[in-house]
Design a protein around this ligand. Structure first.
Ligand code: PSV
Ligand code: MN
Length: 424
């Protein structure tokens, strides 16, 4: 579907009067709001190639219609999201689900759609057909050197694919661990994993990063070899300056203080990137901001504070990615909602009066510190996010336009009612 600038401008015309009314209160404080709007325009959130189809649980999967069946169609879908919100200008690919067959064509298509390739993801958590060794008992941690070799080589192959597309980072998420006490020698598993990661690290191009993603549980339920931010930090520190920790919001034990984790990792210069999603219980992969929007805001509050302290570029110095999957929503609508929730949390964090907050902290004025944060959290910043979209040439209401154009119905007509996207 071709969402031309004219089509978007026509749609916006109908919403302009209302938008101007909601924006009016903000125009009194332009000095404060202009930088926020500009930062929102610059801020791009990568869409995971595996979230464009309907997800599932281990109990089943209810496929939606019109799902993308090839990398080309996945790029088209992300291109459409980006045309609607101008904030999804990147895609994160999972290999081997998304191996490009014609690299030049894929690059050209991405360029036409205004997309760049964010981190590439390796997969040693599933056995692929034709593969000689099995990952049933782990990959980089495996007791058998042959399995480790296969997993290391796969990661290096993923880097090579990423290079052809212009990616600059590899994300390694390992399902390695154990399900029962006694199954694994923890120390040796750690040492083997570190040595395997070291070989992958050595294959990184000079301007690349590797993100070590941790997860507390699943699919192993007794131990995970990269089970928490501490272990990830340890691996990243031992690997070297190109290695960083990746925080996936769904990968913590219940009630973990993720904002504190983020603050410390940033302070140590070891936070590399993010996988946004939300959860009630575990790795639920729900829409960002749908369950705990205050937590999302508090995370962004630490991100902005920590990035500013290190004079980092908000838009480029960390990898911003969504990692969600949805069983009951239209995947594209879900992604539009996630992007908007992230933008809202980011905009609110940018508006925190940091001097006043620090003052309250210095005076141990706990009440005032809470007031400062909650005042911003309870402020409706949606007009600012909409204004950023308007200036970037996006739709004032991306979800509204998606529905008005009946995009899903058109995708079903084009691709069929029973298509299944590759991925989980
Ligand atoms: C694992 O749960 C994870 O968060 C990793 O990022 C994977 O790459 C992704 O989900 C898709 O399986
Ligand atoms: Mn993830």
């Amino acid at each position: 579907m071709n969402l031309t600038p004219d089509l978007i401008a026509d749609y916006n015309d109908g919403l302009l009067a209302r938008h101007r009314r909601t924006l009016a209160p903000w125009t009194d404080s332009l000095e404060q709001t202009e930088p926020v709007i500009q930062k929102l325009i610059d801020f791009q959130i990568a869409i995971p190639s595996w979230a464009l189809g309907t997800g599932g649980t281990r109990f089943g999967r209810f496929s939606g219609g019109g799902e993308p069946g090839s990398l080309t169609e996945k790029l088209d879908d992300v291109g459409m999201l980006h045309a609607l919100n101008r904030s999804s200008g990147a895609i994160s690919l999972h290999i081997p689900w998304d191996i490009p067959t014609d690299v030049n064509a894929v690059r050209q298509q991405a360029e036409r759609l205004g997309l760049r390739f964010d981190a590439v993801n390796s997969n040693t958590f599933q056995d692929q057909t034709g593969q000689s060794e099995s990952y049933k008992f782990g990959s980089l941690q495996h007791t058998d050197g042959g399995v480790r070799r296969q997993a290391i080589d796969h990661n290096i192959e993923v880097i090579r694919h990423g290079e052809t597309l212009g990616s600059k980072a590899l994300t390694v998420w390992l399902s390695d661990g154990s399900c029962f006490p006694g199954q694994l020698n923890f120390r040796q598993a750690f040492a083997r994993t570190l040595a395997s990661l070291g070989e992958i690290y050595d294959a990184l191009p000079a301007d690349w990063k590797v993100y070590v993603e941790y997860k507390a549980f699943e699919p192993n339920f007794y131990s995970m070899t990269v089970g928490d931010w501490g272990s990830s930090y340890l691996y990243a520190s031992k690997l070297g300056p190109k290695a960083y920790t990746l925080v996936d919001l769904g990968h913590h034990l219940p009630n973990a203080n993720i904002e504190q984790i983020v603050a410390i990792l940033l302070h140590e210069g070891k936070l590399g990137g993010f996988h946004f999603n939300d959860s009630k219980y575990g790795d639920d992969d729900l829409t960002a901001g749908s369950i705990k929007p205050y937590q999302l805001f508090l995370i962004f509050n630490e991100l902005v504070d920590g990035m500013d302290a290190r004079q980092m570029n908000h838009a480029n110095d960390l990898g911003w990615m969504i990692d969600a999957s949805h069983n009951v929503k239209d995947p594209l609508e879900d992604l539009l909602q996630s992007v908007e929730a992230i933008q809202i949390a980011y905009a609110q964090a940018l508006l925190v009066d940091r001097a006043a907050l620090e003052d309250a902290r210095q005076n141990n004025d706990v009440v005032q510190a809470q007031e400062i944060l909650q005042d911003v959290f309870r402020t409706d910043v949606r007009p600012l996010v909409a204004e950023a979209r308007l200036r970037a040439g996006a739709a004032l209401d991306p979800l509204g336009l998606f529905r008005q154009l009946d995009v899903r119905e058109k995708l079903i007509q084009e691709r069929g009612a029973k298509t299944i996207a590759t991925g989980l």
